[in-house]
Every structure is written in structure tokens, then in C-alpha cells.
Design a binder for this molecule. Structure first.
Ligand code: CA
Length: 537
């Protein structure tokens, strides 16, 4: 059984003012899917978050001005590899088999690039795949970073093997994609190009041209920087992703690396990527790095900070480096769009900007992601589809990365397989969503525990107003009224005023688990629970 695609070719042809010809398939839109790693919506100007005053993303903002911005766009599992696997397959983690970063993706399964190729699309991918194994569903030319990849002069895996490519990773990926657009693409076929940036993933190492960006300003702080999670269940107090206690001042913020690059000491650290990256730098890059960060480190040592002042210093350096990496991605969006215009491809190319999940930029005192709380649950999603999507439009509908595969297939006029679990966003992009909500609830499930950052397994359901989070291994639940409490500081689970809402949300959770056929909610309690780890505070 195959669901009928929403976008029939005739509809598309009318939208573009094109007559149907014998070769109508060739008029189907091209798709450029620009995807970054860990770029939170609130670090995008167009999303109106608390970092807007920094003007972090002028090019992505222009894309939003030309297309549709999805205000309520969510992931199904807030971590890198699993989010990408959901996008490839249009299926939740428990169905595609990639539940946490330790898993390997089964490339032999059905993916949207394979289905697009079967319909005559050219497909290519450049950048971070994070799915392990040789990518399937792409043509003769592609290049992916091994694992997390490096920021400076990274190795890339090409179909014929691994090679080092000079430059900052964001620029390397952009240049490979542009080279494909200009030199390697076949003019006779529509295409789907995935440009997948490593930035702004930990540990936030910017291109040298962005070192000094924002240095003369003080970043605004999130209102929840000093949150103590007093109203949460114990999970939020027992994690390991606090700027205060867990962020590594050397390896996340480069402090001693700049002054004393010590390979042996660095090997012992949890996150070795700063050391690995610095080992890759050319002498010129290293000098630029030390010239910039060296004096700042000296000033830090003299200041002898502690307590909240130290947290604030760490936050400033972190947020600035994060946004410097974002700046590189933003420039890439501008360069790619300018290239499409130069090649006269801009009128018939859908450009999408998204990132694999949200991120804590000091929100709740944290860095990283994983939780079902808003900052890491939300994903940016901006789509420009010239002639189809209204410029500067915004959608409030609840959409997920679960919907991307279906959307790309629908754009291409391809059938959407019945076993995909999301819904095409094409009706929303065409302004034909109707009066009924696109979806009344989203389902979330995070698995990677015990593991780095120690965020317990949880699933949950979110509606337009409420969110129920279920830390099922610990028999703990949290309920939030997002209208009254957008920062999720007051857990109303068990509050008599919310008894009815609680009942409805618990029922909804059962229903979405059934709907998506999630049989992966394990009954087994982890050792940490048995040891009383979660009951300490
Ligand atoms: Ca990520």
C-alpha cells in the first residue's frame, strides 16, 4: 500500500507557471538541504530568541524572510546520530534501529535518498553523516567526515578513500558542495543535495577569521543560567552537563591548551577533540589561535574568578565560540544561495535550513542537549520554496524531523511508503494546511543512558500547551504548562489544579506509544537506579 503523494506534478507545474510536457519530470524542484549540528533555534535571529540582539545569523534570517519558518519544530530523540537516522528513514528511532550514538545505522534499509534516486533525482551528501558505514543512496561523488570529524584540516571519506582536506571544516564542506553544483551535477536531472555541517558541535572551534567576532561585547545571559532545578524530579539534578561543574575549562574552552599544548595530559580528558584539532592545525593557524586566545587566557588567570563569576566567564567564552561557529554556517548558507543564483538554479530550488536538535547555550545552567525540555527538543526549520511558499510566513504547527523524508519525497512527486511514520509538510508549505491542526501531539524518546552527560532515558508527549515527561526507569514524571511556564521551572505533575490535564496527558502518552508502535520502553532498571544514584538529591 502506498499513500498518494500530496504534490501532484500538475499542481507543481501550475505553481511554477509551467506547462506539462513529455519531460515534465525534469521540472520538479531541486532540493538543497543545509543541516548543521547542535544549532539551537534561539541562536537564530529569525526565531526571536534571547540571543537575537547579537544578530547571529543574517543569512539564515534572509532565508526565513524568503520562505516559511516553523516555530514549533521538534526532534524525536535529541541527539546527533539518531536525529539523522530519523530523517533518512521517516521513522522513529525504535523503528530505524539507531537509538543512540553507540548504534550503527543499517544502510540497507529504506531511506529517502534511495527513493528519490529511484524517481530520477541525483543525490549527493557532503559533510557530517554521523551514521557510520558507507552512505547509501548517493551517487558517485560524496564526502563525509569520519565520526564527529575535525574542525581544522579534516579528513574526509570519499568513495575512493580517506583524504585530508585543508581549511576550516565549515568552509571545506561548503566548497565540496559548490564544486558538485558547478562541476559534477548532471543538468538534465533534478537534484537533492545535502550539505551537513559539523559546526557548531562541541567543542566550538571557529574559523580563524571569526576568532575576534563578538569579543568586544558581552553576550546576553539566559534568565535560567543559575537554575538549580529545584522543582524537577531528581534526573535534572543528577546530570553532568552543567557549565559550572562539568564543562571542561581546558578542552571545552581551550584554556591551558593555548598556553601549554600537552598531548599526554589531554589524552586523559573526557573530550579529546580540542587536542585532536590543535594537532591538525598548520603553524599559521596555530599562531593565529595563540595570538588571539593567549592574552585572554592571561587576563583570566589574573582575574582569579570563582563562584558565579567563574560560571559567567565560562558562559561568555562558550557562547562566543558557539556563535562564532554559527557564523561560519550562516556564511555557508549565503554562499550556497549565491551559487544557486549564479547558476540560475535559485527559482526552482527548495532551500531548507535545519539542525539535528536544539542545544543549551547556558539555558538552565547547561550545555549539550538530550532532554525533552524545550531548548533541546526544538529544531530550527526554515524552508524557502520560490513560487510556492509565501515569503516571510511562519507556521505554528507542530512538526518533527520525522516528517522530512516524507516532505522531500512529496516535493519530488514520489510516493510516500506506508511504513514511514511522519507526514509531508508540503500542504503547510503551500498554505493549504486547512483548519485542523497538522498534529495534536508529538512523541519523544531518548535512550542513551548511562552515558556521557548522564541524562536518563525518558519518553514523553507534548501538545501545543502541555508537556509530560516520563523518566520511566525511575518512576518519575514531570508535567509543564508551557503557556504559563515557557521556561519549564514549575513541575505541575501531582498538582491538584492540573489533575484533569495530567490524566489526559498520561492517556495521550499511551496513545502515541501505541500509534508509533514503540515497544522499546524497557522494563529493566539500570544499575544506577539500583545503586540509589538517582535518589541522592
Ligand atoms: Ca547534534
Amino acid at each position: 500500500m502506498i499513500r498518494k503523494p500530496f504534490a501532484l506534478l500538475a499542481t507543481l507545474a501550475v505553481s511554477f507557471g509551467l506547462g506539462l510536457s513529455a519531460n515534465a519530470a525534469d521540472e520538479r524542484p531541486n532540493i538543497v538541504f543545509i543541516f548543521s549540528d547542535d544549532h539551537a533555534p534561539h541562536a537564530i535571529g529569525a526565531y526571536d530568541g534571547w540571543l537575537k540582539s547579537v544578530n547571529p545569523t543574517p543569512e539564515i534570517d534572509k532565508l526565513a524572510a524568503d520562505g516559511m519558518l516553523f516555530k514549533n519544530s521538534f526532534c524525536t530523540n535529541s541527539i546527533c546520530g539518531p536525529s539523522r537516522a530519523v530523517i533518512q528513514t521517516g521513522k522513529h528511532s525504535h523503528k530505524n534501529g539507531f537509538m543512540n550514538n553507540g548504534n550503527s545505522f543499517d544502510w540497507n534499509q529504506q531511506t529517502f535518498p534511495k527513493l528519490l534516486r529511484a524517481k530520477g533525482y541525483q543525490t549527493a551528501i557532503y559533510g557530517k553523516s554521523h551514521l557510520k558505514g558507507t552512505p547509501q543512496g548517493y551517487g558517485d561523488d560524496w564526502a563525509v567526515l569520519p565520526g564527529q570529524g575535525l574542525y581544522y584540516n579534516p579528513d574526509m571519506i570519499f568513495p575512493d578513500g580517506k583524504k585530508m582536506v585543508n581549511g576550516h571544516c565549515t568552509d571545506v564542506v561548503t566548497e565540496l558542495a559548490i564544486d558538485w553544483l558547478k562541476e559534477k551535477r548532471n543538468d538534465d536531472k533534478p537534484f537533492m543535495l545535502m550539505v551537513q555541517h559539523k559546526a557548531p558541535h562541541r567543542n566550538w572551534m571557529p574559523a580563524p577569521r571569526h576568532f575576534s567576532l563578538y569579543e568586544d561585547m558581552t553576550m546576553p545571559e539566559p534568565t535560567t543560567l543559575f537554575d538549580k532545578w529545584e522543582d524537577n524530579t531528581p534526573a535534572a539534578r543528577n546530570q553532568e552537563l552543567e557549565i559550572d561543574r562539568h564543562m571542561d575549562i581546558n578542552f571545552d574552552l581551550f584554556l591551558d591548551l593555548t598556553a601549554d599544548f600537552n598531548q599526554e595530559a589531554s589524552q586523559k580528558r573526557q573530550d579529546k577533540s580540542a587536542w585532536k584539532n590543535m594537532g591538525r592545525m598548520t603553524p599559521k593557524q596555530m599562531k593565529a589561535w595563540r595570538d588571539f586566545y593567549g592574552p585572554l587566557d592571561e587576563a583570566f588567570h589574573k582575574a582569579n574568578l570563582s563562584g558565579d563569576d567563574l560560571v559567567r566567564w565560562k558562559y561568555q567564552r562558550y557562547a562566543k565560540n558557539y556563535l562564532r561557529c554559527v557564523k561560519g554556517v550562516d556564511e555557508s548558507v549565503g554562499t550556497l544561495r549565491a551559487t544557486l543564483a549564479d547558476l540560475s538554479l535559485d527559482k526552482n530550488t527548495v532551500v531548507i535550513y535545519s539542525s539535528d536538535q536544539g542545544f543549551y547555550i547556558g539555558d538552565h545552567g547547561w550545555y549539550d542537549k538530550r532532554w525533552m525540555y524545550e531548548e533541546s527538543l526544538k529544531m530550527p526549520l526554515i524552508v524557502s520554496w520560490p513560487g510556492v511558499t509565501e515569503a516571510g510566513s511562519k507556521s505554528e504547527e507542530m512538526v518533527q524531523n520525522l516528517d522530512y523524508a516524507e516532505t522531500f519525497l512529496d516535493m519530488a512527486g514520489a510516493d510516500i511508503p506506508d511504513d514511514m511514520q511522519g507526514k509531508s509538510l508540503v500542504p503547510l508549505l503551500k498554505g493549504e494546511g486547512g483548519d485542523k491542526p497538522f498534529r495534536d501531539a508529538i512523541y519523544y524518546h531518548y535512550y542513551e543512558y548511562p552515558s556521557v552527560h548522564m541524562v536518563p532515558r525518558h519518553n514523553g508527549v507534548r501538545t501545543a500547551r502541555y508537556k509530560l515527561i516520563n523518566f520511566y526507569e525511575f518512576d518519575d514524571k514531570e508535567l509543564y504548562d508551557l503557556e504559563k511556564d515557557p521556561d519549564e521551572l514549575t513541575n505541575v505533575y501531582g498538582n491538584a489544579d492540573y489533575a484533569k490535564v495530567q490524566e489526559e496527558m498520561e492517556l495521550k502518552l499511551i496513545k502515541v506509544v501505541e500509534k508509533y508502535n514503540d515497544d522499546s520502553v524497557g522494563p529493566e532498571k539500570p544499575q544506577a537506579w539500583q545503586d540509589g544514584f538517582m535518589k541522592v538529591k
